[in-house]
Design a protein around this ligand. Structure first.
Ligand code: VAH
Length: 336
């Protein structure tokens, strides 16, 4: 990645917060785009920081003309809860925005005479189990199972996966340069450095950060709700490992990745052990419960492990003890 120009959309978000420095450490020339701009603590050394809208055609044209990115990490998205509340805006950002970027990536590849790599954060939201009983029976879900999403965000992500695969297959059939699309179906992600906005897996990081701040928290899913999660550090490492994998190693373009699959009650128990005074109550929200009941309890990530060596470093206890708790105690006060 040394010396390559990499465009990151949604760069001001949670994944971007840790991806940007990781790309800079690999010697990439990073262009960061976010509709809200980047937070003050942005990393030094970015080639350009652009505050702008992915749907601004002229802005995208300028970025591609000036920078001609060789890789794109397309993180910009309206997440699941917000997407349910604003489905049309979710479609415009999640689908129309992705299509606009795919089109320009293909055009840039033709000009460059080499493929432009397009890294896409898909989600376990593309899966749709009909109810909690089917979810329990399904267990660890493979990439080709249960892809009937119940939420608009999952529909958006699944369609964008299909668009990316289509663009890649056109390149491979036609022989001309085009898009090298690669996607990970991320589970819920937990970061010590940032808190999420607009998601449905947010209860896990929100519970943890609230306890570290000494604030009470009401969990919006039932205690028995089980979902796959991973530490943000492992998510960034997986994304970069996929990006750097030789294309010949890829048996597919869309991969599951996971690390641990606790219930919400198990997360609450770990938080209470770390912060004995934590006030955690369960108050399930029916709409959000229906959504999480349609997402798999766990994912089968064998393909990622076998094809390109995916290997998360942190299981549930290590994520808490080695990554999250030390960082949170430093962030919110050593005494907690
Ligand atoms: C969300 N964090 O909650 C995202 C995730 C599995 C869902 O993609 O919307």
């Amino acid at each position: 990645m040394e010396g390559e120009t990499v465009l990151v959309t949604g760069a001001g978000g949670e994944l971007g917060h840790q991806l940007l420095p990781a790309l800079l450490r690999r010697g990439a020339r990073v262009v960061a785009l976010d509709v809200r701009g980047l937070p003050p603590e942005r990393p030094a050394g970015l080639a350009e920081t652009v505050r702008g809208d992915l749907l601004d055609e002229h802005l995208l044209d300028r970025i591609f003309e000036v920078h001609a990115p060789q890789r794109i990490f397309h993180l910009a998205a309206v997440l699941s809860r917000e997407a349910e509340e604003h489905p049309l805006r979710a479609h415009r950002v999640n689908v129309d925005g992705t299509l606009a970027l795919l089109r320009r990536a293909g055009e840039a590849a033709a000009r460059l005479g080499r493929p432009v790599q397009f890294l896409f954060p898909s989600s376990i939201a593309v899966y749709g189990l009909p109810d909690a009983a089917a979810k329990a029976r399904a267990g660890r879900v493979r990439e080709d199972q249960w892809t009937q999403p119940r939420g608009i965000y999952g529909c958006n992500k699944l369609y964008c996966e299909l668009l990316g695969v289509y663009c890649t297959q056109r390149r491979q059939r036609g022989g001309q340069s085009g898009v090298d699309f690669r996607a990970l179906r991320f589970p819920g992600l937990i970061s010590a450095e940032t808190t999420p906005t607009g998601g449905t897996t947010d209860y896990a990081p929100e519970m943890l950060h609230a306890a570290a701040r000494g604030e009470a928290y009401r969990v919006f899913v039932a205690p028995e709700t089980r979902l796959p999660f991973m530490a943000m550090t492992d998510a960034v490492e997986a994304f970069l490992r996929l990006a750097e994998a030789p294309e010949s190693r890829l048996g597919r373009r869309v991969y599951n990745v996971g690390a641990f699959s606790p219930t919400a009650a198990e997360i609450a128990d770990l938080v209470r052990q770390a912060f004995p005074g934590a006030q955690i109550a369960f108050a399930p929200d029916p709409a959000r419960q229906r959504l999480v009941d349609s997402w798999p309890a766990d994912v089968d990530d064998t393909a990622a492990r076998e094809d390109w060596g995916f290997a998360p470093r942190l299981g549930l206890r290590e994520a808490f003890l080695d990554y999250l708790l030390p960082a949170l105690r430093e962030r919110y006060g050593a005494g907690r």
